[in-house]
Ligand binder design. Structure first.
Ligand SMILES: [Zn+2]
Length: 478
């Protein structure tokens, strides 16, 4: 039983015992093959047909699937309808819009994974972003994704009106984060986000993406910048998840009455799609990514120190025979498993790469802000194309260890044991957690390489902005 579960209920727990009690369990599985149907709608861009904006939501559900996935899917359909109206009036998107209605998400993200793998080469050349939605509910805007897109998302959030309060959805999520950070159960992250939310000069932060919906292939396998967008946190949406009770009646009565937040979602993701498709210049701001990676580096260093202190303390207790002597001999649960001694790791490749990344990001953001608007159209187009490819620098062969080589992104991954939860700098963080010491140094070197390659692409962008005569290197670059 996991330690955090013990004592959670006010009853005496019994574990172990004899063979006296027997349970006969029958499992029936349907192993027949079924055909999946992804629906793909493409509207060709008028100026940059080879730059694609991808927008998806799954359409399969475990049973009726009213909240999961159709509450997000109807928002996507509403956007598509609105874009259709624009096109009827003579408007065309500058870039190609690809709307994706996935099948087979629930069994294991099958529809999106197969499509992403089949079109991998073309997607790596053409896709600028993948914007995902899934189940949606009444409440607060929640966005997770690639941190280079943080300011682009923040700007959209200030322009969408919250249906219940009339303020922007950004103002509402800030208010929520501020009050939540002061509540009794607030964790470190909630306190930090509350502080940022209270500072109007700062953008509301994005959380990292783990897994559990169709962005996984795009972000973690192909290195395409991705977002997952949804509303929630209010109403009684819980309890019906993935069950026969997730019905239209339940959703329309309890989860999102009047479908007000389906509308808010369509307005949010619709703006994200159109701003990406119509922007003359990259929407990315790389300082946000560099700063976020720096915080991840601090976290893994602290994690290693904490592990080392724990092991040292435990070794001291073993040496003093403390576990045995402090135990109630009539209720003994035995000795704890000895922790492995924790060596000092070489984080230098990440530390150096973060310094370089910060300098390159600063130079890029500053150059784009100062000179971007005056650049010739062809250079602007090239910069957007480069920004689309930049995230792919985060992919490294042979991917994550332990049979998880399909996950190639060195910054973002779902945890090996966390289900939907994200692990950042996964190669290093999980190696420390799992006591695989040699992997820590191996993956620190790989992360360093990935971040350096990322910084190289930013320098390429600075060179494009400054023209061929100017220096390609960012200040402080090595
Ligand atoms: Zn879903």
């Amino acid at each position: 039983m996991p330690a955090s579960w013990r004592g959670g209920l006010a009853i005496t727990y019994h574990a172990g015992g004899t063979d006296a009690a027997k349970a006969h369990i029958v499992v029936k599985s349907d192993w027949s093959l079924k055909t999946l149907y992804d629906v793909v709608a493409v509207m060709k861009g008028s100026e940059h047909p080879d730059q694609w904006v991808l927008r998806g939501n799954h359409h399969d559900g475990w049973v009726f699937g009213a909240s999961d996935p159709l509450s997000g899917h109807v928002a996507m359909m509403a956007e598509a309808k609105a874009i259709g109206q624009l096109v009827k009036s003579g408007w065309r998107p500058k870039r190609t819009l690809v709307y994706l209605s996935w099948d087979g998400e629930e069994p294991m993200l099958l529809g999106s994974t197969e499509w992403a793998e089949t079109h991998a080469a073309e997607l790596k050349k053409k896709a600028l972003v993948y914007i995902n939605t899934d189940g949606n509910a009444r409440g607060f805007l929640r966005v997770e994704g690639s941190h280079s897109l943080e300011s682009y998302v923040a700007k959209v959030a200030t322009d969408v009106v919250d249906p219940q309060t009339g303020v922007s959805v950004d103002a509402r999520r800030r208010a929520h984060a501020m009050t939540a950070s002061g509540s009794a159960g607030a964790n470190e992250r909630a306190k930090e986000v509350g502080k940022i939310a209270a500072d109007p000069s700062k953008d509301y932060p994005l959380d990292a993406l783990g897994s559990g919906s169709d962005y996984s292939s795009f972000l973690q396998h192909l290195g395409i910048a991705s977002l997952n967008v949804g509303y929630g946190g209010e109403g009684s949406g819980g309890g019906v998840y993935h069950s026969a009770y997730d019905t239209w009646e339940h959703h329309s009565k309890f989860v999102d009455p009047g479908f007000a937040y389906a509308g808010a979602l369509a307005k949010t993701t619709g703006r994200l799609v159109l701003r990406m498709s119509e922007a003359d210049l990259p929407v990315q701001r790389y300082g946000d990514f560099a700063n976020t990676v720096a915080t991840y580096l601090d976290e893994v260093k602290k994690l290693a120190d904490k592990k080392r202190e724990e092991q040292t303390a435990q070794a001291r207790m073993f040496a003093a025979n403390a576990f045995k002597l402090s135990d109630d001999p009539t209720l003994s649960s035995g000795l704890p498993t000895p922790l492995k001694a924790v060596p000092y790791f070489n984080f230098a490749p990440i530390e150096n790469a973060v310094v370089r990344l910060k300098a390159s990001a600063k130079a890029y953001d500053a150059a784009l802000a100062a000179k971007g608007a005056a650049l010739p159209a062809a250079t602007k187009g090239k910069l957007v194309e480069l920004a689309g490819r930049t995230e792919q620098a985060l992919l490294m062969e042979p991917g994550l260890p332990g049979g998880r080589g399909w996950y190639k992104n060195m910054i973002y991954a779902p945890g090996r044991l966390t289900g939907y939860g994200a692990k950042t700098l996964p190669g290093v963080r999980e190696a420390i957690e799992d006591e695989r010491w040699t992997d820590v140094d191996t993956y620190a070197a790989m992360i360093g390489k990935a971040l350096t390659a990322y910084a190289d692409r930013l320098d390429e962008g600075v060179a494009l902005i400054n023209g061929p005569s100017a220096s390609a290197k960012a200040p402080g670059a090595r």
